[in-house]
Structures are given as C-alpha cells and as structure tokens.
Design a protein around this ligand. Structure first.
Ligand SMILES: [Zn+2]
Ligand SMILES: [Zn+2]
Length: 268
C-alpha cells in the first residue's frame, strides 16, 4: 500500500464490508484429500465452483464480446457478504439517502483512491484518462453515483459522460446491450473507467465498457462499489461458510489484483 491512508475510519467498515477475492483455504475432500472447492470469477469476483475461470454471465459475455471486454473489474466490497452491506448499496441511493450507508461507501472510496488508484494503471499498463458513471435507464437525475464520483476524481478525469440512448426500460435490463449507451464526447484512445454502484449481473457496466471499446477507446475498466451476491445462490452459500467470507475489511488488500498491489511501472 503506497502512502498512508488513515486507519481511523476502519472500525466503521471492518465488520460490515469484505474484500472481494480473499484467498480461500482448501477444504477437506473425500477420504481426507485436500481439494479446493471454490474459486472466484476472474472478472467479477463472484464465488464460483473450483475448476471454472469465470461465472456464467462473464463467460457468456466474453464469448459474445471477445476483444471488447474490460481490462479489469474492481469491486470494493461484496453486497450481501453481511446483511448490512446488502442494505448499504440500496440505502446510499435511497430517497432520502441513508447517511450511514453513504459514509461507509465513502470510506471504501477513500481507501481505494488513497491506496489503490495507481494500481489500475500498474495492472493494465495504461493510465486511466476518463471516468464515467453508468447512466440509469430510468432517467433519474442527478443519480447519486454521479455526485459521489465528483468527490473522488479530479475534474480533468470527469471529461466525458455515458448516456442512455435506448428505449426506456422498467428496472435494470438483464442482457448486455452496448447499443443502448453512448457518450457525450468521443472516447477514442482513452482508457475509460466505468463506475457503477452495484454489479449484479454486470450487464449495464459491461455494456458501457464494451461500447467505449467499440468507439475506439484504448481500454475500459470497471470500478463498482459492490459486487452483489445473490442470497439464493448455492455457491455463495458455500462461500459464506469459509474464513475468507468472514475476514474483516482490510484496506491494504488490493481490489485490482485481489491480493498484493502490482509493482510500480518502469516509467514511474
Ligand atoms: Zn463473473
Ligand atoms: Zn492496490
């Protein structure tokens, strides 16, 4: 961890938030053989069965959009690893917003920007040059996320806006529809960071990232406040019983690599 983020806020999030992708202990299998049972999706960090590289949705997406997928998806916490974390990702954008939830998610953003902002550039070998938020299909303006990012990213990075140009839809669309999104400025040759509040199936964040790549962006990465875990998912239930699921939030754990921070580049 570079710099020295203040640990005074840590007690407010340590027991509620979890670092996505904490290493899993191998479980004891049949006849005492030690077999790893679980893994994480390499893109969205959802717990999956061991032996797969991606979850179903990310696997389908990478087949359909080969060459246009994001460089990296960076979730700051899991929504649902604890009941309060699930409430927080809705509470922060409630009307009125739940201020305790806003504060906890702000603390996660603080730790990310102070300790791991440079890690995206180091991991992808491309500096982030543009930050956009996923627009709401329901036209809620201003979306709380838009206001949120203005506190954490410099004005020169907020140089573009993703817009929803598809037919208005009820709720969040399920499928990936890059054509539903456009940009107020040409993202050509930019490394666009797409910011989303919660990644459920990831279809909206993926749509914006894919559309940026199709429009000539050099790269697209995704930052989401929370990777949402479904309560009824059987693999998630198994994961919830692991030590990794109970480890208090650690601000030094890198959300980009899901472990150690990447080393500085030669030109840094
Ligand atoms: Zn995935
Ligand atoms: Zn890092």
């Amino acid at each position: 961890m570079s710099g020295g983020p203040s640990l005074e806020y840590l007690p407010e999030v340590a027991q509620i938030m979890r670092n996505p992708g904490q290493p899993l202990e191998s479980g004891a299998g049949a006849f005492g053989a030690v077999l790893p049972e679980l893994d994480y999706c390499r893109l969205c960090v959802r717990p999956i069965s061991y032996g797969y590289s991606h979850c179903y949705q990310c696997n389908q997406a990478s087949r359909s959009y080969r060459g246009a997928m994001p460089e990296v998806v960076v979730p700051l916490t899991y929504a649902g690893a604890t009941p309060q974390s699930r409430r927080d990702v809705y509470g922060y954008k409630g009307d009125p917003p739940n201020l305790a939830a806003v504060r906890r998610l702000s603390i996660l953003m603080y730790y990310f920007t102070v300790a791991h902002w440079g890690c995206i550039q180091r991991f992808t070998r491309m500096p982030v040059t543009s930050v956009v938020t996923v627009p709401s299909g329901r036209g809620r303006k201003p979306h709380p996320l838009e206001e949120f990012v203005t506190h954490y990213f410099s004005k020169d990075l907020l140089n573009n806006e993703a817009t929803f140009v598809g037919q208005p839809r009820e709720g969040r669309g399920d499928g990936i529809r890059p054509d539903d999104f456009g940009f107020t400025h040409d993202p050509k040759d930019q490394h666009v960071l797409v910011v989303e509040d919660s990644w459920v199936s990831g279809s909206n964040a993926l749509s914006v990232a894919i559309q940026a790549r199709r429009a000539g962006a050099m790269g697209a990465s995704v930052l989401c406040l929370a990777r949402y875990l479904r309560e009824d998912d059987q693999v998630t239930k198994r994961w919830s019983a692991t030590d990794a699921a109970r480890k208090p939030f650690d601000p030094s754990f890198c959300p980009v690599t899901r472990g150690e921070c990447p080393p500085p580049l030669d030109n840094e």
